[in-house]
Design a protein around this ligand. Structure first.
Ligand code: PEP
Ligand code: MG
Length: 732
């Protein structure tokens, strides 16, 4: 059958003979949504380049517009039939036309026609669809859908706005995920032999996954730390279940039995999934499909006999979607950043990327259509954009920033084992926010003093299911083992809002962030919370245990949650050495219940992410509001100072664990207000430590006081604070 590089006239000839069709034609999409007859076997040769149809016009145009095939025994009587005399197609009655699609875009239409009225059989449809898939690769490689202007455009810089999932910068060559060669052979000579190849490859793929999960993969080629450590189990085990799912493998086998090669069958089934994917709204189901796509790529690699991609240092990975295992492979290969067309902050790949500290952006449109093999790019995950083919000056400027950051990071590394302290001696405890076991190694790599927030729901979100008591206990035990003598604050399940499980409560609310979520669900359905508390006590096994509750809005809620914990603790054998119980402060109403609250809690931790959204009535996930309200604004600072004063007077330990604490200027401001325990993502620890170490708090406090005093209704103090920091040589 045709090779991936077959010229189009040869391809149509081969397809026509393979399908015993009298006509085979290729229509290629040109600029302006015009489909041009580009190659034909059976129609008049001089119609090539002349016959043109608009998208939506005629049967070919409808197939292009809908992205769906048409199988018509009597095409000429179809209401949309558009007669083009120059083609000489009058004698051909039946028609099968399939879209040529790649990365979600229609690149053309492939059609066969016959004189006799006939409905094309399922296996013929499959062959034509498979050829269409191959043709898409050929057209993409030839840049066939690019007109002259787009040919020029392919050399110009282009900016793709995106949302930032993990901040950071990368500058380097691009590498496109899943851009391996199209299958060379489409039709198998011996389906039985092909099924055996497939089964061998499935076993190899599953072995590979087992190894990845068991953490026994060797380190990546560039010497990067092996990310396939045992700690990635949460995500990968869920993924392994998908890998073992008989449904999609059976579908691939069926397609092989119909005569395609294993590679072509995998591509076919992946294509079908992609099409179904487009109709799925539920983010978790979409995530499952992304896993399947990821697996398909691994299966193709196993069929091809090679497993790990190779990339140039600093490469930026571009993908339509990305599954967790592939991300780990790419990371091991040495990529420096990731840009995905489709991906959400809570998607599996995002969770892994965050744990790896890999700059990641999502939601770019059309980048896969624009990217060329030799392209370079700047990935600016701080601002949320990808600059493809950056101008020389732009690239140089970003490289300078990147080099400065790397140098600074190297400097900070020296701070790891020093205590966090302001220049004038105020000691601050810097702790980690953790959600996955994968992040535990950051305790040692950052020198954090403990875990100030363990988000227990993250593991479940990553696995897509609620864990039973034993599974939870195993996770919590690992956390406590890794922490050793360092303190850990376990936060109970904080599901709902933007953190949904597929089998969780249905979310038919207009405003789920303020809906039936988090502790509210836990108190209404106490079984789930009790099982979690039992798992925590089991994991503690006589060690110290600290538990905090999220989204507490009333003292009564706190009391009810604490009572459940105490009931479980009374039965725990052995009892924890110490049991500390506290609450997050995320709902502003708690500020007016402080006397009662502070009398009953051992500690309070400020969740600045939710506190901000409820204080300003500003959805924390809405990009349009991201820069509108500032944590460094007078009302927030007033609230935080008041809370600090009251907690101190009540002798209650206080910390901040929202993202606010991870930014040096904010951290400095918090310390100046009296906070001495800050918990944050790993990337913040050393920069915050550096900032504190360079600051004379005694000098800064009155400056902050004066700024607040003279704010005069200003929405933020960020500018004057940053100016002060710069004047004093502090890195903001
Ligand atoms: C917060 O709201 O600040 C917080 C730490 O909790 P989460 O981000 O998990 O909602
Ligand atoms: Mg919160």
């Amino acid at each position: 059958m045709a090779s991936g590089a077959a010229p189009l006239p040869q391809l149509v000839r081969l397809v026509a003979s393979e399908l015993v069709a009298e006509v085979c034609s290729i229509y290629v999409m040109r600029p302006g949504d015009i489909l041009e007859l580009t190659a034909t076997e059976g129609l008049r040769p001089d119609a090539v380049g002349r016959t043109r149809l608009r998208v939506g016009e005629g049967i070919i145009g409808i197939v292009a517009a809908t992205g769906k095939l048409l199988n018509l025994p009597d095409a000429q009587n179809h209401p949309a039939f558009a007669y083009r005399p120059e083609t000489g197609e009058e004698p051909f009655i039946s028609l099968l036309a399939v879209p040529v699609r790649r990365a979600g875009h229609t690149m053309g239409v492939l059609a066969v026609q016959n004189r006799a009225p006939r409905s094309y059989a399922e296996d013929e449809v499959e062959v034509l669809e498979t050829v269409a898939m191959l043709l898409a690769e050929v057209l993409a490689a030839a840049g066939a859908s690019d007109g002259a202007e787009e040919g020029v455009a392919a050399t110009l810089p282009r900016r793709f706005p995106a949302s930032s999932l993990v901040p950071g910068l990368a500058v380097g060559p691009v590498v496109v995920h899943g851009s391996g060669p199209a299958p060379r052979r489409l039709l198998a000579d011996d389906p039985e032999q092909e099924l055996a190849r497939l089964s061998g490859a499935v076993k190899a793929m599953q072995r590979g996954l087992d190894e990845l999960i068991a953490g026994s993969l060797p380190p990546g080629g560039n010497g990067a730390a092996d990310p396939g450590s045992s700690a990635t189990r949460e995500v990968l085990e869920a993924y392994r279940l998908v890998a073992a799912d008989a449904g999609w493998l059976r579908r691939v086998q069926d397609v092989v039995r119909s005569g395609l090669t294993a590679e072509a069958a995998v591509n076919r089934v992946t294509g079908e999934l992609r099409d179904r994917m487009r109709r799925i709204v539920d983010p978790y189901l979409r995530e499952r499909v992304a896993d399947l796509e990821d697996l398909a790529g691994r299966l193709l690699a196993a069929l091809d006999g090679h497993a790990r991609p190779e990339v140039a240092p600093g490469a930026i990975l571009i993908a339509r979607r990305l599954g967790p295992a592939d991300l780990l492979d790419w990371h091991a290969a040495g990529i420096a950043g990731v840009a995905v067309e489709e991906g959400s902050a809570n998607g599996h790949a995002a969770i892994i990327a965050r744990a790896l500290g890999l700059p990641t952006i999502a939601g770019l449109r059309g980048v896969l259509e624009s990217v060329e093999p030799e392209d370079e790019a700047v990935l600016d995950a701080d601002e949320g954009q990808l600059i493809l083919r950056p101008e020389v000056d732009t690239k140089a400027a970003y490289r300078r920033v990147l080099e400065a950051r790397l140098a600074r990071r190297a400097e900070w590394a020296g701070l790891r084992d020093r205590p966090a302290m302001t220049r004038d001696g105020t000691k601050v405890s810097l702790m980690l926010n953790v959600g996955l076991a994968l992040e535990l190694e950051q305790l040692d790599s950052t020198g954090a003093e403990g875990i100030g927030l363990f988000r227990t729901e993250t593991v479940m979100l990553a696995r897509g299911a609620v864990l039973d008591v034993a599974e939870q206990a195993a996770v919590y035990r690992r956390v406590l083992d890794a922490a050793g003598t360092r303190p850990v604050l376990f936060r109970t399940l904080d599901l709902g809002g933007d953190k949904l499980l597929p089998d969780g409560p249905p979310q038919a609310e207009d405003n789920p962030a303020m809906g039936w979520r988090s502790l509210r669900v836990a108190l209404d359905r106490p079984g789930l919370l009790r099982r979690q508390l039992r798992a925590l006590l089991l994991a503690a096994a006589g060690r110290a245990l600290s538990v905090m509750f999220p989204m507490v809005a009333t003292v009564a809620e706190y009391r009810a949650a604490r009572a459940l914990l105490m009931a479980e603790a009374a039965r725990a054998e052995p009892a924890p050495k110490t049991l500390r119980v506290g609450t997050m402060l995320e709902v502003p109403a708690l500020m007016w219940q402080l006397p009662e609250l502070l009398a009953e809690v051992d500690f309070v931790s400020v969740g600045s992410n939710d506190l901000m959204q409820f204080l300003f009535a500003a959805d924390r996930g809405a990009p349009a509001l991201a820069a509108r309200y500032d944590v460094l604004s007078p009302p927030v600072l007033d609230l935080l100072e008041e809370l600090c004063r009251r907690a101190e007077a009540a002798g209650v330990a206080l910390s901040v664990c929202g993202e606010m604490a991870s930014r040096p200027l904010e951290a400095l401001t918090l310390v100046s207000l009296g906070y001495t325990a800050l918990s944050m993502p790993a990337l913040g620890i050393l920069p915050v430590k550096a900032m504190l170490g360079a600051t004379d708090l005694r000098a800064f406090r009155p400056v902050l006081g004066a700024m607040r005093h003279s704010a005069g209704g200003a929405p933020s103090l960020r500018e004057p604070l940053a100016a002060w920091a710069r004047e004093h040589g502090l890195e903001v």
